[in-house]
Design a protein around this ligand. Structure first.
Ligand code: AN0
Ligand code: CP
Length: 320
């Protein structure tokens, strides 16, 4: 595996899930693979879970790890070609990428969507330059349109907790005070479709996700109806994806707090597990009662980020 961005990059999901279970049972089992190799983790944006779990995963595999926070201590990077660099950016990505790549064997990149230029975001403008100019395997640690390490961890968590072969999984939009990317819901929808669960997506009008990720998954605009009989409820805010409302790309279209997941919502489910990728704003996305309930999986889900990252880095090392 040379790049990790989409569910298809990891091949058959049953094989990946079996590998995840084996690694969870013995997470140092492939420690020899990373000997004398270095992973570089580059953060253009904040992170708690990805930063820690990916470092832990790399160490499980015997890798050395270097972490760079681009906006803290590095030169400000220009990302557009053809710009006269007379502003505050001291270095271009076109030099910085091969330089950074010369010190490592594989590269993880976190770079959020700008949420102003849909075409640039959906072309994965920054990640694709790393893929093209680094000459090294590159994996997304949440890039403009996708967060595959999160979706893989979510799938592992659902697989561990499901009580029927084909559970009903509901992806629900929920309100948030700031405009957030679509990367998490995009990848969640993509991976759930690949895993063949009964996926239902619910959101207010205008929040339609890109068909590239959501395919022909069932969309139900009545949130309560969507929740009926659900085995898993996956909450997330996202901004306007610009599919049905191109002029509103990246904007907040609704702040309707009736979409905040509470006990009345969970009461119509099949005693569903609650999931969220974190960080979560309590009593905006989900009430205290629901996130603290015994059916909440937010902590095991975050813990599985170490497992998904270990599988992905292992695959990349094996392909070298
Ligand atoms: C980010 C997002 O919504 O994409 C990261 C989630 C893992 N969340 C925030 O910026 C709050
Ligand atoms: N879920 C997730 O990716 O969290 P961080 O933004 O803290 O890495």
């Amino acid at each position: 595996m040379h790049t990790f961005l989409h569910a298809s990059d990891i091949g058959p999901l049953d094989v990946a899930l079996a590998e995840a279970a084996a690694i969870k049972a013995d997470r140092y089992r492939f420690e020899h693979l990373g000997h004398h190799r270095t992973a570089l983790l580059i953060f253009f944006n904040n992170s708690l879970r990805t930063r820690l779990s990916t470092q832990k995963a790399a160490r499980n595999l015997g890798l050395d790890v270097v972490v760079l926070d681009v906006n803290q201590g590095a030169w400000k990077l220009e990302t557009e070609r053809g710009v006269v660099m007379d502003g505050d950016k001291s270095e271009h990505l076109l030099e910085a990428i091969p330089v950074m790549a010369s010190y490592c064997d594989l590269i993880g990149v976190r770079t959020f969507a700008g949420l102003t230029d849909r075409d640039a975001d959906y072309a994965e403008n920054i990640l694709s330059q790393f893929i093209r100019y680094s000459g090294k395997p590159v994996f997304s640690m949440e890039s403009a349109t996708a967060h595959p390490l999160q979706a893989f961890a979510d799938l592992i968590t659902i697989n561990e907790h499901k009580e029927k072969q084909r559970p009903k999984v509901v992806l629900t939009w929920a309100p948030h005070p700031r405009a957030l990317p679509q990367a998490v819901p995009n990848s969640f929808a993509e991976w759930m479709r690949a895993a063949d669960v009964d996926l239902v997506v619910t959101h207010p009008e205008g929040y339609e996700l890109d068909p590239l990720f959501v395919g022909d998954a069932r969309v139900e605009h009545d949130q309560m109806k969507a929740f009926e009989g659900a085995d898993f409820v996956y909450a997330k805010n996202w901004s306007c994806p610009g599919v049905t409302r191109p002029e509103a790309y990246g904007q907040i279209l609704s702040t309707d707090r009736s979409w905040t997941v509470g006990e009345a919502h969970m009461a119509v489910t099949n005693n569903a597990h609650f999931m969220h990728c974190l960080p979560v704003r309590r009593n905006m996305i989900v009430t205290d009662e629901v996130i603290e309930s015994p059916r909440s999986l937010v902590i095991p889900e975050a813990a599985n980020r170490e497992i998904s990252a270990t599988v992905v880095l292992k695959r990349m090392l094996e392909a070298m």
